[in-house]
Design a protein around this ligand. Structure first.
Ligand SMILES: C[S@@+](CC[C@H](N)C(=O)[O-])C[C@H]1O[C@@H](n2cnc3c(N)ncnc32)[C@H](O)[C@@H]1O
Length: 258
């Protein structure tokens, strides 16, 4: 482990808005702030928005700047990445930002029913081989239902044709209310006159910048997740992204799959 990482971890231990729960990740005991994030941490009852797999937390911090009347929590297992957004928000004195270091598999432990209004999934790994690791699979959607408000919103921003198609099929199969989708976000943004939409969707994450630099188109969709009814997996074979099997630093294969 590099010294840099160690010093980031040491910083994070002192940050009042970073939660790194100790103990077994499978501990079923509700986290002390579950059901109390608004009252005990943010000191307001504003809507809570999660960014799952937040990496450096560009959306967590960027949206928190745009919407001071909402509270944002970035969730990831990688502390050294999260440090960037945690440090930026601390230094800026932002009171509507927190970070939670945990496996998303165990996210239900941290929030009470109806406590979360929206979820952002930003450039999540498409997990083409294992459905239950995919952040828009029924495995995860059922977990989100444990704490999402009825009809709460899920946003997916991705470079992955595979993950975008899979999620669209999930929405279609389960008749989930689709609010908006585009398979070429920046083309769509160029044509819109809605400045708020441009600003929100124009926030670029670290991974997004890498994929754009490699010539990939960015896809985005948002849908409501009702809390009732059984969710089923779409039973359709989806063409795999052909660039995931290449080393990220190599360009080979990228041009083929946009
Ligand atoms: C491809 S990166 C994207 C990071 C960031 N959203 C961005 O766009 O730059 C995926 C992130 O999700 C996190 N992640 C993936 N699966 C996870 C899981 N099951 N639990 C917690 N974090 C996870 C990884 O640690 C990584 O930081």
């Amino acid at each position: 482990m590099s010294k840099n990482k160690l010093s980031k971890f040491a910083d994070m231990e002192t940050y009042p808005h970073v939660f790194q729960p100790a103990g077994s990740p499978t501990d079923p005991t509700p986290f002390p702030l579950s059901g109390r994030w608004g009252k005990d941490f943010f000191h307001n009852d504003n809507p809570i928005v999660l960014e799952l797999g937040c990496g450096r937390g560009e959306y967590t911090v960027g949206l928190a700047r745009l919407f001071p009347d909402k509270n944002f929590i970035g969730v990831d297992i990688k502390g050294a990445r999260m440090w960037t957004g945690a440090t930026e928000s601390l230094q800026a004195g932002m009171k509507n930002v927190a970070f939670l270091r945990t496996h998303i598999e165990f996210i239900s432990r941290f929030f009470a029913p109806g406590e979360v209004a929206e979820i952002w999934l930003t450039f999540s790994d498409p997990q083409m081989k294992k459905v239950t690791k995919r952040l828009t699979s029924t495995f995860f959607l059922n977990r989100y239902r444990n704490f999402l408000r009825p009809g709460g919103l899920i946003h997916l921003k991705t470079d992955s044709r595979f993950l975008f198609t899979y999620t669209s099929l999930m929405i279609e199969k389960n008749r989930l209310p689709l609010v908006f989708q585009t398979d070429d976000l920046y083309h769509t943004l160029a044509a819109t006159t809605d400045e708020e939409v441009k600003t929100i969707l124009g926030i670029q994450t670290y991974y997004e910048q890498q994929w754009i630099a490699r010539g990939l188109t960015i896809k985005y969709l948002k849908f409501n997740l009702p809390t009732e009814g059984e969710l089923v997996e779409p039973d359709v074979e989806i063409e795999l992204d052909d660039y995931r099997s290449y080393n990220r630093s190599k360009r080979s294969g990228l041009e083929k799959s946009k």
